[in-house]
Design a binder for this molecule. Structure first.
Ligand SMILES: Cc1cc2nc3c(=O)[nH]c(=O)nc-3n(C[C@H](O)[C@H](O)[C@H](O)COP(=O)(O)OP(=O)(O)OC[C@H]3O[C@@H](n4cnc5c(N)ncnc54)[C@H](O)[C@@H]3O)c2cc1C
Ligand code: FES
Length: 489
C-alpha cells in the first residue's frame, strides 16, 4: 500500500467509530461514514436501505474515498479519479490497479455493524475466442496496464512484454514529483515488485529494443531474436525533445523520462547549488519544485509570457508563477537559452546564468518509427479506431502514440497523460482477447506543485474561459471551455 502527501499511517489512530461495535444511521453524512475495524479504516456507503463497506483509502496513493464521488455501484477517488466497484472492490479504472477489500455489513437493532472481510469474487472467465500469443512492445503505462488486465481477466496464453528500458515498469509521474524531491522512497517507484512478472506468467524482457515489425509473418524483430505474435500491442510512448543549441549534449543537459534519467538528476542534485530548468510547463515546473525541495537555487527559462498559459490560460499561468515564486523559483520568461558552455548558460536576451545542473523539459515526441516501418496509418500519432486497433488487423496501439476517435469532442485526438495511457492499455487488452469494447474515457491528467495539485478533465484545443474550483485538498480543478491541447512538456 502506498501512502502519499505526508500521510503516515504508523502515527495516526484509525478514523471514526469502531464499526464492530455498531453505528447509528444518523451518523452518515451524504450517505457516507468512515470508521474502522482494528487498524483498517473502512468507508460505509448507504444506497437506499442497503449499506456497503469498502476499504476507505484508494490503492493508488491512499486517497480518501470518503471525499470521492459515489455513482451507482462505484466510488471514485478524488485525487486522480481511480474508480472502484463497491460490490467487489475491483479497481475498475486506472490509475489504481489493485482491488480493495469489501466487508460484510450487518444491520441489527437499528445499528450498522461491520464484520469480516468478504472473500474476493471469483475471477471472470476469459472470452472464448482469445488468441494464444500476445506481445506488448513497451513497458510503460499502457503496456503494463494491458499485461495486468490480461491476467486479471484470466488470459491463459503467453504474454511477452518487450521494453528497451532497463528498469521494469515504473510510476513515471512520480519521477518528477516526490521521488525526485527526495520525499518518496525507492520502493514507491516500481509499479509492481520484480517477482510479480514471473508469478503472473508475464515474460518481461528488459533492455530489448524492437527494431522491426513483420506484420505479414506476425513477428517482431529484436537484436535478441524474433518474437511471434497473434495480437500485438504497440505502446512505445514518447521521448523528450532535445535542445538544438550549442553545448546542449546529453552529458550536460538532462532530460527526464526514465528512472535512469531521474537517478542521474538526483545524483547531480546531491552536489548542485544552482540549477537551470529549461521549459515552464508541467514537467519543467514539477522538476523545479522538486529541486527547490532539495534547497537548490532554481532558475526557469522559458519563451512564453506565463507558465502553462497555452494550456491553462493567463489566470492559471499567473497563479502557477506566483506559487513557484513563493517557493523561491526565479523565472526568466519570454527568453530562451542560446548556448551552454560548461557551467554557464547564455540567454538570448544576453544575460548569463552560472549553474551546475541543467534539466530541459521542452516537450516530447511520440515514438512512431516502428509504426511507420510496419506500414501502419500514421497521422501525428498512430491512427486507431474506437477499439484501439490500428490500420493493420491484429495490431493495437495505446498511450502517448495513439490518436483515437474521441466520442466526446468528435475529433481524433492524441494526448500524453498517464491515466489515459493506462486505460487505453486496459481496453486494448480486452479487445486483444476478443472483446469489443470502445475506448470512450474522458481524458484526465493531474500535476502536482508543492502542496497544490492541478487536475484537468477533458480535452480541448484552446482555452476560452476558465473557472477555478478549489478542491478538498486546497488543490485546483480546472474547467476550461477551450483549453488548448493538454499536452505534456
Ligand atoms: C517525469 C514525468 C512525469 C509525468 N507526470 C505525469 C502526471 O503527473 N500526470 C499525467 O497524466 N501524466 C504524466 N506524465 C506523462 C505520462 O507518464 C505518459 O503520458 C505515460 O507514461 C505514457 O504511457 P505510454 O505507455 O504511452 O509510454 P511510456 O510510459 O513512455 O512507455 C513506453 C515504453 O516503450 C518502451 N519502448 C519504446 N520504444 C521501444 C522499442 N523500439 N522497443 C522496445 N521498447 C520500446 C520504453 O522503454 C517504455 O518502456 C509524466 C511523464 C513524465 C516523463
Ligand atoms: S490516490 Fe486515488 S487515484 Fe491516486
Amino acid at each position: 500500500m502506498r501512502h502519499h502527501w505526508g500521510y503516515d499511517m504508523a502515527h495516526q489512530a484509525p478514523a471514526g467509530p469502531d464499526l464492530t461495535k455498531g453505528v447509528v444511521p444518523a451518523g452518515f453524512h451524504d450517505d457516507k461514514l468512515v470508521g474502522h475495524v482494528g487498524d483498517q479504516e473502512i468507508l460505509l456507503v448507504r444506497r437506499g436501505s442497503e449499506i456497503l463497506a469498502i476499504d476507505a483509502h484508494c490503492s493508488h496513493y491512499h486517497g480518501p474515498l470518503a471525499d470521492g464521488l459515489v455513482v451507482g455501484d462505484t466510488v471514485r477517488c478524488p485525487w486522480h479519479h481511480a474508480c472502484f466497484d463497491l460490490l467487489t472492490g475491483e479497481a475498475l479504472r486506472a490509475p489504481a490497479l489493485s482491488a480493495l477489500s469489501c466487508w460484510k455489513v450487518e444491520q441489527r437493532d437499528g445499528k450498522v455493524f461491520v464484520r469480516e472481510k468478504l472473500a474476493q469474487p471469483a475471477p471472470r472467465s476469459k472470452p472464448a475466442n482469445a488468441p494464444d500469443k500476445i506481445v506488448i512492445i513497451g513497458g510503460g503505462a499502457a503496456g503494463f496496464a494491458a499485461a495486468e488486465m490480461l491476467r486479471r481477466r484470466q488470459f491463459g496464453g503467453s504474454i511477452v512484454m518487450l521494453s528497451n528500458d532497463t528498469a521494469p515498469p515504473v510510476d513515471r509521474p512520480n519521477l518528477s514529483k516526490d521521488y525526485l524531491a527526495g520525499s518518496a522512497p525507492e520502493d514507491w517507484v516500481p509499479l509492481r515488485p520484480d517477482d510479480f512478472y514471473k508469478d503472473s506468467g508475464i515474460d518481461l524482457r528488459l533492455g530489448t529494443d524492437v527494431t522491426r515489425i513483420d506484420s505479414k509473418e506476425r513477428r517482431v524483430v529484436t537484436a535478441k531474436g524474433d518474437v511471434p505474435y497473434d495480437r500485438l500491442l504497440l505502446a512505445t510512448g514518447a521521448e523528450p525533445v532535445r535542445l538544438p543549441i550549442p553545448g546542449a549534449d546529453p552529458s550536460k543537459v538532462h532530460t527526464l523520462r526514465t528512472l535512469a534519467d531521474c537517478r542521474a538528476i538526483i545524483a547531480a542534485a546531491k552536489s548542485a547549488k544552482r540549477a537551470l530548468v529549461i521549459g515552464a510547463s508541467f514537467i519543467g515546473l514539477e522538476v523545479a519544485a522538486s529541486l527547490r525541495a532539495r534547497e537548490i537555487v532554481v532558475h526557469v527559462v522559458a519563451p512564453e509570457k506565463r507558465p502553462m498559459e497555452r494550456v491553462l490560460g493567463p489566470d492559471m499561468g499567473d497563479f502557477v508563477r506566483a506559487l513557484h515564486e513563493e517557493h523561491g523559483v526565479l523565472f526568466h520568461l519570454e527568453d530562451t537559452v542560446a548556448s551552454i558552455d560548461r557551467r554557464r548558460a547564455t540567454l538570448k536576451s544576453g544575460g548569463t546564468l552560472d549553474v551546475d545542473l541543467v534539466v530541459a523539459g521542452i516537450g516530447v515526441r511520440p515514438r512512431l518509427a516502428l509504426a511507420e516501418q510496419a506500414g501502419l496509418a500514421v497521422d501525428r500519432g498512430v491512427v486507431v479506431n474506437a477499439f484501439l486497433e490500428t490500420s493493420v488487423q491484429g495490431i493495437y496501439a495505446a498511450g502517448d502514440i495513439a490518436r483515437w476517435p474521441d466520442p466526446h469532442s468528435g475529433a481524433n485526438i492524441r494526448v500524453e497523460h498517464w491515466v489515459v495511457a493506462q486505460r487505453q492499455g486496459q481496453t486494448a487488452a480486452l479487445n486483444m482477447m476478443g472483446e469489443r469494447e470502445k475506448f470512450d474515457a474522458v481524458p484526465f491528467f493531474w500535476s502536482q506543485h508543492y502542496d497544490v495539485p492541478i487536475n484537468y478533465v477533458g480535452h480541448a484545443e484552446q482555452w476560452i474561459a476558465l473557472r477555478l474550483m478549489a478542491t478538498s485538498r486546497a488543490g485546483i480543478a480546472c474547467s476550461s471551455t477551450r483549453a488548448r491541447g493538454a499536452r505534456w512538456r
